[in-house]
Design a binder for this molecule. Structure first.
Ligand SMILES: Cc1ncc(C[n+]2csc(CCOP(=O)(O)OP(=O)(O)O)c2C)c(N)n1
Ligand SMILES: [Mg+2]
Length: 423
């Protein structure tokens, strides 16, 4: 009798079936924002950094928010930042947006093969960078270019990497946008999703074993939480009270899969920490002040040897996944506009304005300064070449830095390639 034999079916039992999550709105539908319930700014309590993990767990189903509808900072999570800090964050966010726009166009002009924007998510990396020390280590994904920009990494160096040109410090060995810079605490971006979590946990364990005082922050997306690496990292982090911050950027989409495919229909991503006994909260990712406050809380806790924190940043990926993606094929085109948490740049700008520390004129002057800085960096980078011009003049570099002694068969291939390149 085979498994498929109908006589094995028990007629009085229902046939087994699977649930395949479907996003609430598809291409031609009108997104209904009333389906999202957004807690009021200032309503989430702020536990002490030494609180038991369980005291943070009610925060896994709400949203830590600081900026209210009148653009004031309210409630216990207000980080009370100096106007200069707020202006620096605003400038960095504006720079990220302009940089993304220029590099997206550069890809469309055939100057590089690939680019990824973080439109709508600028507050997350920028405010996290502001909340941590320069010496702390990040294990980022491709959507945290804001970390490098906020830490003052040269825009020209980022662009040379995108163009894989003569100025590319990674010598064309990484996909465009997969930056790496030890000095700026920016670990090489790994294309293998979710590896950032075990790497950040491992680095922080090593820091603790060596008696270091620096902490690490690991970054993944909502989709990447479906990888086994997420759970392996959570187990190690929780068991050993590892001094690490684990961030899930829930931008609702993983290329064309909505967050439900990774489990968001059943529970929030922050709630996963409950099973590990780890503190966690869910934060309005479009509110730079809330992001700063949450990261600072987790950093203070980690630095005091009280262990890891999982933070879910709730946001929306306003653009396509990458230059290779067209989101109009799987979601409503106006969904980003309907997103109830607004534009992070506009919200911070209006907050500074409400404080009397900013106005439209100063904003426009700052925006054009940032625009000029990005354009001049782009010119300088392009003087060192664009991707399509990279060719056979330095083909031997492909064989360098892999073996201490190049094996004879690779040396032979290299010499043939070099000859052909010259010919
Ligand atoms: C292990 C692995 N599986 C699949 C991919 C292909 N891939 C690259 S990005 C991506 C979507 C990731 O979505 P999410 O984690 O939500 O991050 P986001 O792009 O939204 O920032 C996928 C499936 C990959 N790079 N690595
Ligand atoms: Mg995502």
């Amino acid at each position: 009798m085979s498994d498929r034999d109908p006589s094995r079916l028990k007629p009085n039992r229902p046939k087994l079936a699977l649930h395949v999550p479907e996003p609430p709105f598809r291409q031609r539908q009108k997104p209904d924002i009333s389906a999202q319930s957004i807690p009021a700014a200032g309503s989430a309590p702020r536990p002490d950094i030494a609180a038991a993990a369980a005291e943070t767990h009610p925060l896994t189903t709400t949203l830590v928010r600081v900026l209210d509808d009148e653009h004031r900072a309210v409630g216990p999570w207000d980080p009370k930042l100096a106007p200069d800090t707020l202006r620096k964050m605003l400038r960095d966010m504006v720079t990220v947006r302009i940089f993304d726009d220029r590099m997206y166009r550069a890809q469309r002009q055939g100057k590089t093969s690939f680019y990824m924007k973080c439109l709508g998510e600028e507050a997350i990396a920028v405010a996290a960078a502001a909340a941590l020390d320069f010496e702390d280590m990040h294990f980022p994904t491709y959507r945290q270019q804001g970390l490098l920009i906020a830490r003052g990494y040269p825009l020209v160096d980022m662009m040379c990497q995108i163009y894989s040109n003569k100025g590319d410090k990674l010598q064309g060995r990484q996909l465009p946008i997969m930056y790496s810079d030890r000095e700026h605490g920016f670990f090489s971006i790994s294309g293998n999703l979710a590896t950032q979590f075990p790497q950040a946990v491992g680095w922080s364990m090593a820091a603790a074993i060596k008696g270091d005082s620096r902490i690490a922050m690991g970054w993944i997306g909502d989709g990447a939480t479906a990888e086994g690496d997420f759970h392996a990292a959570m187990t190690f982090a929780a068991v050993y009270d590892v001094p690490v911050i684990l961030a899930v950027v829930n931008n609702q989409w993983a290329i064309s899969s909505f967050s439900g495919i990774a489990g968001a229909e059943k529970a929030t991503f922050a709630q996963r920490a409950v099973g590990y006994g780890m503190p966690a909260f869910r934060v309005d990712g479009n509110d730079a002040l809330a992001v700063h406050a949450a990261v600072r809380w987790a950093a203070d806790r980690a630095r005091s040897n009280m262990g890891p924190t999982l933070i879910e940043f709730f946001t929306y990926r306003a653009e396509g996944h990458s230059t290779s993606d067209d989101p109009s094929g799987y979601r409503p085109v106006n969904e980003a506009k309907a997103w109830p948490l607004g534009d992070p740049v506009e919200r911070l700008k209006l907050h500074l304005t409400a404080l009397g520390e900013w106005d439209d004129e100063r904003h426009e002057a700052m925006r054009s300064e940032c625009d000029a800085a990005v354009r001049s960096a782009q010119k300088e980078a392009e003087r060192q070449g664009i991707l399509s011009e990279q060719g056979k003049d330095n083909i031997e570099s492909m064989f360098e830095d892999v073996y201490e002694q190049v094996p004879w068969h690779l040396a032979e291939q290299r010499d043939i390639a070099v000859d052909e390149g010259r010919g």
